[in-house]
Design a binder for this molecule. Structure first.
Ligand code: ATP
Ligand code: MN
Length: 252
């Protein structure tokens, strides 16, 4: 680029648009997040965020276009709307400021934990989105979808036949067992955290999952209860809870 070009002043309209864009980004993402996204784009993991798949309380999930097709980008929220309003006051109070820093660190650690959990579960041959990379509060993973659209959550899936539901149930229970026998418990399993694909269930949202925990059995029980409860009430499957739990614990 020649000196002349680099010094070229942007037309007023462009400046205005850029400012608007910054405002929006600042509103949706804080600067550190925007920076992390920019770095991932520079490194070629994806070139743009296409559309939001979900905006929960804790995270946004976007569909993004990568060099080898689509990816999913999960962004843990550092600031909520309420938080933005508080920022002015936080800046004035050193104690609060420290807490904010820790919250940031906590979320970075969380994204990295979800990444490692995905790796560990994937290594067992259990279907989860394949982890690709993580940076700060951003996690990039395989997009679980068909063409342009993400596959639905298990709660919204429409199995034409009952036997399909039974097949899904059996695979999920087998996954819970396999994870447990390898020291992993999902710990937030429900019809919201399983995607229903043509090739069977895919487990998602594994940030809170853990490896070797003293209360592993209690969390496992809850996961099984949620799963069994869902299939019993929506698909009227006849399942014995005790024996499902025992199977998941590897006792049967
Ligand atoms: P948190 O526990 O942080 O609140 P969350 O529930 O907001 O997590 P997830 O459950 O991981 O976040 O994802 C939210 C939604 O985004 C899912 O219900 C699912 O519909 C969609 N989703 C998540 N990961 C993928 C993926 N890899 N491919 C396609 N869709 C996904
Ligand atoms: Mn979830």
């Amino acid at each position: 680029m020649s000196r002349k070009q680099s010094k070229r002043k942007l037309p007023e309209r462009e400046v205005k648009l850029l400012k608007e864009k910054e405002k929006i980004e600042d509103y949706v993402f804080d600067r550190a997040t925007t920076h992390a996204l920019g770095n991932l784009i520079k490194k070629g993991y994806f070139h743009k965020l296409d559309y939001p798949i979900a905006t929960g309380k804790e995270a946004y999930v976007f569909r993004a276009s990568g060099p080898r097709g689509y990816v999913a980008v999960k962004i843990y929220k550092i600031e909520t709307a309420a938080f933005n309003e508080m920022r002015r006051y936080i800046e004035m109070d050193p104690h609060l400021k420290k807490l904010v820093k820790n919250r940031r660190k906590l979320l970075y650690a969380w994204a990295s934990k979800e990444f490692r959990n995905l790796q560990a579960i994937d290594a067992l041959g259990i279907r989860v989105p394949k982890p690709i990379v993580h940076a700060k509060n951003v996690l990039v993973m395989e997009f679980i979808g068909e063409g342009n659209l993400p596959f639905p959550m298990l709660k919204d899936a429409n199995f034409g036949e009952e036997c399909m539901a039974l097949e899904f149930y059996e695979v999920i229970l087998h996954y819970i067992r396999k994870m447990y026998l390898n020291g992993i418990v999902h710990a937030d399993l429900s019809e919201y955290n399983v995607l229903a694909t043509h090739d069977g269930p895919v487990l998602i949202d594994v940030g809170q999952s853990f490896i070797d925990h003293p209360q592993a059995q209690d969390f496992l029980k809850k996961d099984v209860e949620n799963t069994v409860g869902f299939f019993k009430s929506k698909y009227k499957l006849k399942i014995n809870m005790e024996s499902a739990i025992n199977y998941a614990l590897g006792k049967e």
